[in-house]
Design a protein around this ligand. Sequence first.
Ligand SMILES: Nc1ncnc2c1ncn2[C@@H]1O[C@H](COP(=O)(O)OP(=O)(O)OP(=O)(O)O)[C@@H](O)[C@H]1O
Length: 621
Amino acid sequence: MKRKLSDTDWSPTSFTSLPLDPRLLQAIATLNYSTPTPVQQSVIPPALEGKDILARAKTGSGKTAAYLLPILHRILTSQQDVNNANSNDGEGGSGGSAAATEALILVPTRELADQVYKVIEQYTTFCGKQITAVNIARNISDSIQQSLLLSHPKIVISTPSRAAIHFNTETLSLESLKYLVIDEADLILSYGHENDMQVLSGALPKGIQTFLMSATLTDDVEGLQKLFCRHPFVYKPDAKEEDGADGAEVVKQFYISTGEDTKFLLLYVIFKLKLIKGKSIIFVADVDRCYRLRLFLEQFGIRACVLNSELPVNSRLHIVQEFNKNVYEIIIATDENEIMGDEEEEEEDDDDEVEEGQAAGEDGDTTMEGMESEGNPPPKKKKKSKRKSSTHRKRDTEYGVSRGVDFQNVTCVLNFDLPVTSKSYMHRIGRTARAGNSGMALSFYVPKPLYGKHRPTSVASSVKDEKVLERIKKQQAKLGRELKPYNFDMKQLEAFRYRMDDALRAVTKVAVQNARMKELRAELVASEKLKRHFEENPEDLRHLRHDREIKVVRVQQHMKRVPEYLLGKGKAAGMGLNKGGSVPFKVGSSRKTARGKGKQKGKKVGKRKDPLKSFGKGRKK
Ligand SMILES: Nc1ncnc2c1ncn2[C@@H]1O[C@H](COP(=O)(O)OP(=O)(O)OP(=O)(O)O)[C@@H](O)[C@H]1O
């Protein structure tokens, strides 16, 4: 349910009461932001006064506007001042201030750079050409980047590594810089940007205004604060602001204890019967797993896109963009980089000896070996080396989807594979319940005795599931939140098992590798097209779908529909029951299909009670 941010329970302050440039207010009004979020309310006034800002606020709380609006306002105001001075000097008022880059916005990933650029475009819709911005983290040639920078855009958005490269080659001048933003400050160092941050800190002019924006306050953030901030205004939300407007949890969290192959069964049933309504992000442990799931779902006629660090950046950006336009309902994503950044830290924190999982028959695919990066190697390396996947290819270390990316209107984050740290969990579930919406997180976990019992579907990271789940529960309890068990009636699920087995058998390791290669090739072609056309007219690229059938496995048409006898009276009834808590799953629209089939056979099914309806029954409120 969408909760309007204008509800008075957040705060009565409206945007118009903030002393922002009317052109910005106009843009905000067209975006239907009527009320500033708590972080915006608190941070914008001191930022307008020129104070440094250190803001910690949960994911999806509107931090981007909290730093962008004051910066845009101040740039517009200073231009106005220069124009006025020029016209008083008789030089006319159209020239504006001398062309120079005034704001540098540093983000850890290319996904975020693209997102921030788009938000600037939205906020400056009514500013004409007064504010120019360039995203140099994009995958465009160095010469084009140089020419863009030589036009001295007012704002440069970049990852630290790209900014350092252009600073070193003197295409990026920081001499006139007035504003520095470090977005996702808690994460930026774990992407291997430490040296670049040092380089940039030495090059900044004195007295610039700095914004450190972060979802958590970590040692890394403190380090950055010392390096970049002078007595910042510090924003930390209170407990009520952390939760929803009414203090209620905005993300309902559930977990299911499951065997390795049963995860696939659950996935099939959940999506085939549309038990989750709306858009979902399914997180998996590694790239191969993305394709395994996609091929598996394809068997049942369920379309999904994959998103991982191996895909070309333009394809990734396009996928997120299209997902936000509701073109796709399901994304299967990895968050390899985030996991790697956090893993050791958490293991050290908690002194627990975590056994290395090696599920036979599966290639560990979360290795850092062989990674090539535009940035420096991440400072924290994994101690243990893992076997290289045969499909291991160049990865982009500046990839990231579980942090910061604004996936819009996501109903459910489904941790098909549990992340290996509680931090990763936090970031993953932050992809739902954004901007005042509610959402749910559903996590599958494999209890230790079931680990390694079904080799074809086993994944190494699951060996830690029990421990990680405990950490997650502890972490959420500290925040006053609870993960509830979600108990499917497994007996009812069993009726679907043989279909799942059929589908799993078809999705062999070779099929997964083929799909991965085929998809990569297709996306490289798509990415080239995107590269040429993206900026000119992205609307033209609608036809470039990323969820088309990969067709490396022969799909048996009968698998695409659910036979009625599986949904017969009483069969499905218990499936959605959960004694442990309220169940946000909703029954989907499979009714039509069932009716259609009945008609073909000449049966009178029109008045028959829809068995799927019973899924919702028995829910504990
Ligand atoms: N005042 C507002 N009213 C309504 N929607 C808003 C408001 N401010 C921001 N939003 C929307 O909320 C969503 C989340 O904002 P944003 O991406 O800035 O969050 P964030 O705090 O930076 O999250 P993360 O830490 O995950 O990056 C965006 O879609 C944005 O357009």
